[in-house]
Design a binder for this molecule. Structure first.
Ligand SMILES: Cc1cc2nc3c(=O)[nH]c(=O)nc-3n(C[C@H](O)[C@H](O)[C@H](O)COP(=O)(O)OP(=O)(O)OC[C@H]3O[C@@H](n4cnc5c(N)ncnc54)[C@H](O)[C@@H]3O)c2cc1C
Length: 434
């Protein structure tokens, strides 16, 4: 994705008739280690294979990594997206592969999105039912307005977003270079609280903004993050126009594993990553170290060691120090510090399958949908409804939460989680037999 600190048009390059680039003919067939078969590893392996190199993929768990579409037993093609689930249309590189694989996508049922028949906001015990953004009570619209103004005053947002959209690298860099020293070590909450737009409003506005957020749901779990992280998200339109992949996003990395590219150097027609690996990736890596002649030695769980000229590591960086032995001289001390200090956000989702999308049925008394996409300050935080068609099972993400909200749920057994979610939702929908 083209963004403030990644101003490279990867999507244009992959579409280019000459491909991403070329390697000298005497290197064709040369092995390159790819550690991790998530979206990053699989994309890299696919593109390197097209250039005539031989990717050797290592995977410790399962293809797809954090794109993990868990199938419900006995229900054909009905999935719960346990990892990534909503992908903004601005992720043009990602959609390049979705299209290439012939996969279908549709709008994600975010709050107040066109794919969401109705949204319920339940805060401090008060419940609001809305079908369109125009029905939002004035306070919410004021909060939205405060957020737009805060972005403008604190980050010259219109200019930044315009420059990103126009792919004006020089302008993006000029604006971003001014923002980095100001916001790098200051939090999202600091940005909101010190903005003129919010400072003139009651504290409650900040609280509601955190609970309900913008676009995708509540954002207060992001309050401690660097404001630059938030600017990256909003400047690249990541919080808008999100879609889901019908049948599960895991089909994308798995599809690349099995796809034979139309154009490929060196390898015979019909070659796929799966064939190059005789059906399965190599097992998890246990050690990465330097070897003689500038080679990199990669050892796996089965005790095999192979030498490579190049090795691409796509695992979460903390695994380099916790799950593998990685030779210290491979990275500078500063880089090690950055790798070790990378902050991760915890997240928890709890899904159930329903026999049908019952939530679309109207409550005869109120004329409202029986249940709606729900944002709340209760422990469920965000409840998302997935309509797979009137005659097919539906899926409810009962709760999607982050950081400390997620930590409250993660240790609990699944039955208990579901029970807690249903108890919370029962308070919002007292007349619905959940
Ligand atoms: C709950 C959740 C929700 C998310 N929601 C979204 C979303 O809505 N939209 C979005 O765009 N993104 C979302 N993301 C982020 C997105 O899923 C990730 O950015 C993306 O999948 C990362 O891909 P990757 O290939 O870089 O890493 P990974 O998918 O983590 O791949 C790394 C792979 O390395 C493997 N590995 C680990 N150790 C070893 C080893 N020793 N040897 C070999 N292999 C190893 C792992 O098993 C894994 O398969 C979400 C992530 C999570 C967890």
């Amino acid at each position: 994705m083209f963004g403030p600190d990644f101003p490279f048009a990867f999507d244009d390059w992959i579409k280019h008739p000459s491909g991403l680039g070329s390697v000298p003919a005497h290197r064709h067939g040369q092995e390159v280690a790819i550690i991790g078969a998530g979206m990053a590893g699989m994309t890299a392996a696919f593109e390197l294979m097209k250039m005539g190199l031989k990717p050797v993929i290592y995977e410790a768990a399962r293809i797809g990594g954090r794109l993990r579409s868990q199938k419900f037993e006995g229900a054909d093609g009905i999935v719960a997206e346990l990892g990534g689930m909503r992908f903004p249309v601005s992720s043009t590189g990602f959609y390049h592969y979705v299209d290439q694989l012939g996969l279908e996508s549709r709008p994600f049922p975010n709050p107040l999105s066109p794919a969401t028949p109705s949204t319920v906001v339940d805060l401090e015990g008060e419940t609001i039912y809305i079908e369109t953004a125009q029905q939002l009570p004035p306070m919410f619209r004021e909060i939205q307005d405060c957020w737009s103004k805060a972005l403008e005053e604190g980050a010259g947002f219109t200019d930044l977003r315009q420059a990103v959209r126009e792919r004006d690298t020089a302008r993006v860099k000029e604006i971003w270079n001014q923002l980095v020293p100001i916001w790098d070590d200051r939090s999202f909450y600091d940005f909101v609280a010190t903005s003129y737009a919010f400072a003139g409003k009651p504290y409650h506005y900040r609280e509601v903004f955190g609970q309900v957020g913008f676009g995708t749901g509540g954002w207060d779990s992001d309050y401690p993050n660097s404001m630059l992280e938030i600017l990256r998200v909003v400047a690249t339109d990541c919080d808008e126009h999100q879609r889901l992949v019908v049948g599960g996003v895991e089909q994308v990395p798995r599809g690349l594993w099995r796809l034979s590219p139309d154009k490929m150097v060196h390898w015979p027609r019909g070659t796929t990553l799966e064939r190059l690996h005789d059906g399965a990736p190599r097992p998890g890596v246990t050690r990465i170290e330097r070897a003689y002649g500038d080679k990199i030695a990669v050892s796996d769980r089965w005790g095999h060691t192979r030498l490579f000229d190049a090795c691409l590591v796509t695992v979460q960086s903390w695994l380099l120090t916790t799950y593998m032995q990685c030779e210290e001289s491979l990275f500078s001390p500063k880089l090690w510090m950055a790798l070790d200090r990378t902050r991760y956000m915890q997240s928890s989702k709890t899904f159930v399958m329903t026999d049908r999308p019952f939530w679309k049925e109207k409550d005869p008394k109120t004329g409202r949908d029986a249940m709606s996409m729900t944002l709340t300050d209760r422990l469920t935080r965000g409840t998302y409804l997935f309509d797979n068609g009137d005659d097919r099972p539906g899926v409810i993400c009962l709760s999607y939460s982050w950081m400390s909200d997620a930590l409250k749920m993660l240790p609990l057994p699944v039955d208990k989680r579901v029970r807690l979610c249903l108890d919370a939702l029962k308070k919002i929908y007292p007349h619905l037999d959940l």
